[in-house]
Design a protein around this ligand. Structure first.
Ligand SMILES: [Zn+2]
Length: 139
């Protein structure tokens, strides 16, 4: 009689354990909720490691900029030369070299063909200058 009781208890315990194992095996974690766009989050400061908001321009603790400044791409001497020689009359090389004020002057006076002549001379000067002096002057 006691043996029967032990067997029944054993069977019940085994059944409960099996159910627990199965339910945990069948359990599938729900997908994480989608992150809202532009949701602020914390990120580690590159210099001191303190957690700072991703929207901060610089670390409030040490002042290190969150995004290190990126060097501006250098102007291509070949592109400036081609623009000055071919389209210098309307000042395209000036716009390319971040001199929009001069570019507008070229554009305004393009009908005189003087800008075209100046552009031709500038194109030749770009073509004959060294890369070092060109980048020193125009970036
Ligand atoms: Zn910092």
């Amino acid at each position: 009689m006691e043996i029967l009781f032990v067997v029944v208890v054993f069977a019940v315990v085994i059944g409960v354990m099996e159910r627990a194992v199965h339910s945990s095996r069948d359990f599938v974690a729900p997908p994480p909720p989608p992150l809202a766009e532009n949701m602020p989050y914390l990120t580690a400061c590159l210099a001191c490691g303190k957690m700072i908001a991703n929207t901060a321009a610089a670390c409030p603790e040490c002042g290190h900029p969150r995004h290190p400044p990126v060097a501006a791409p250098r102007k291509s001497r070949g592109a400036a030369t081609a623009l000055a020689l071919l389209l210098g009359g309307i000042g395209l090389h000036k716009f390319y070299l971040d001199q929009p004020g001069q570019g507008i002057l070229y554009l305004v006076f393009c009908w005189t063909f003087i800008p075209a002549l100046i552009g031709l001379i500038e194109g030749l000067s770009y073509a004959t200058s060294s890369d070092e002096s060109f980048h020193a002057k125009y970036g």
